[in-house]
Ligand binder design. Structure first.
Ligand code: F0G
Length: 462
């Protein structure tokens, strides 16, 4: 009889180049976070030990991608790397036309300007900061039509990113389909905790929208992670590859915006992909104004090549399994320590539930912002607020949004950290949780006009 009771999995890569990490003292970190206005975005990255601020642009590229960087065709127009990227977007995502952009928000800007008219409504499965802002700047109003459970960090539904079809139908009945240029479908839903949308829901949304002549535009930033969840959780998909599932998801939409800085394993890049020729024509003329020629869209040829190759690597089943597996590994440890987190664990990050972590701190004193600062002071781990600061203000009334979710995100870059870094992270969060009653909260001392979470400053309340 074998004594081996389990067979562990390991990262499906080995490390060829390393970047040293720097440890600091608690005293040093207390000074650093004070100088940064208690905003982790404003820290010097050199002062950070394990950087879980974001998974955006922070992934490690492969030798295959770096080799592609050397093949950059830096022609002003008609770069061969553009055509490789176009070929892979068509092959893996299935859309007809491609417009590269410098990153995701460049694509959001283009599609919002093209499709949204003053007074329109843009329903979506929870807002994302830049996506909503571009919709608003184009004269639209975002309407949240995600299922209620998405706002409940304790609900264990497998597809908390689903759209509530009743909410969508009610909106159509109320404002009329001609006031709804498109439904904005995020896969996965970042602000809900990286929660996936089901294939069934995407199919149903498509059917309802087709009936009313409404387009469906997907935010495909983390659609590969979403496809992986479908493979794990949805009936009928266990034997399909992530790549096949991704293609099917895209087939229920008219186009997508993409931040290549996530799923696609690059440090910079994005695109707009679309099936409609007229929209493509308009995007092609607008991109020249805001990003660059339609065959580079603000990117160097080498960046397009890295993204083209990243598309191929992102859908490898062993890659995506390890990527999401690492997030789940951290989540399982935090649960063992009894730390309140959003469940089920999402694809790219663990979200600490700051409302349950610090029940004694009112939302006006920024529990999540406080928690991110405390975690940095404890261990030099950098996380990100995803609560009232991120939610910002209603552009019309100027009033603060009070989101139900008040979260701190521990975002895991792809292929960068090891399981040991996850252990260190879990222990530090557990330590801060033990000291939770001592935290008091913050007040905002500086508030920028747009996307305030990036640059706002705070000080501890007396
Ligand atoms: N959509 C989603 C779901 C995102 O998470 C992001 C970026 C964007 C669009 C915008 O893309 O940054 O390339 O312009 N999210 C980053 C994050 C900033 O940390 O979650 P971008």
């Amino acid at each position: 009889m074998s004594k081996i009771t389990k067979r562990s999995w390991a990262e499906p890569y080995k490390i060829k180049m390393v970047e040293p990490l720097r440890k600091t003292t608690r005293q040093y970190r207390e000074d650093a976070i004070r100088k940064a206005g208690y905003n982790t975005f404003l820290l010097y990255s050199e002062d950070v030990y394990i950087d879980l601020l974001t998974d955006s642009g922070t992934s490690a590229m492969s030798d295959y991608q770096w080799a592609g960087m050397m093949m950059g065709d830096e022609a002003y127009s008609g770069s061969k790397n553009f055509y490789h990227l176009e070929e892979n977007v068509q092959k893996y995502y299935g859309y007809k036309y491609l417009i590269p952009t410098h990153q995701g928000r460049g694509a959001e800007h283009l599609i919002s300007r093209i499709l949204i008219k003053q007074g329109d409504y843009v329903p979506g499965n929870m807002y994302f900061t830049t996506t909503r802002l571009h919709q608003e700047l184009s004269g639209g109003q975002f309407v949240d039509i995600i299922i209620d459970e998405a706002h409940d960090p304790t609900s264990l539904l497998p597809f908390k990113g689903d759209i509530d079809l009743n909410k969508l139908e009610n909106l159509i009945a109320k404002v009329g389909a001609d006031k709804i240029p498109y439904v904005s479908v995020a896969a996965t839903v970042n602000m809900a905790g990286g929660q996936p949308i089901s294939m069934k829901n995407m199919r149903d949304v498509r059917a309802l929208c087709s009936k009313h002549g409404i387009k469906v535009i997907m935010d495909a930033t983390r659609a590969v992670e979403n496809a992986y969840f479908i493979q794990c959780r949805e009936d009928g998909y266990a034997n399909k590859t992530t790549a096949e599932i991704l293609r099917e998801m895209c087939s229920y939409t008219d186009g997508c915006t993409m931040s290549g800085k996530k799923d696609l394993l690059v440090n910079i890049g994005g695109f707009l992909a679309i099936n409609d020729e007229d929209i493509y024509e308009e995007a092609r003329s607008l991109v020249v104004v805001y990003e660059g020629m339609h065959t580079y869209g603000g990117l160097a040829g080498r960046d397009m090549e890295a993204m083209a190759r990243g598309i191929e690597e992102a859908v490898q089943d062993d890659h995506i399994q390890a990527r999401v597996g690492q997030v789940e590994y951290l989540g399982a440890q935090l649960q063992e320590y009894g730390v309140p987190i959003v469940l089920p664990v999402g694809g790219h990050a663990i979200y600490l539930d700051a409302k349950r972590f610090y029940p004694h701190i009112s939302q006006d004193n920024f529990p999540a912002q406080t928690l991110a600062a405390e975690l940095y002071i404890d261990s030099g781990i950098r996380s990100m607020e995803r609560g009232i600061v991120s939610a910002g203000r209603d552009v019309k009334t100027g009033k603060n949004y009070y989101p139900k979710l008040e979260l701190v995100r521990l975002t895991i870059p792809r292929r960068v950290y090891t399981q040991a870094h996850m252990d260190v992270t879990a222990e530090s969060v557990a330590e801060v949780y033990e000291a939770r009653t001592r935290a008091k909260g913050l007040e905002m001392t500086f508030e920028p006009k747009y996307l305030r979470f990036f640059q706002a400053r705070f000080s501890p309340i007396a």
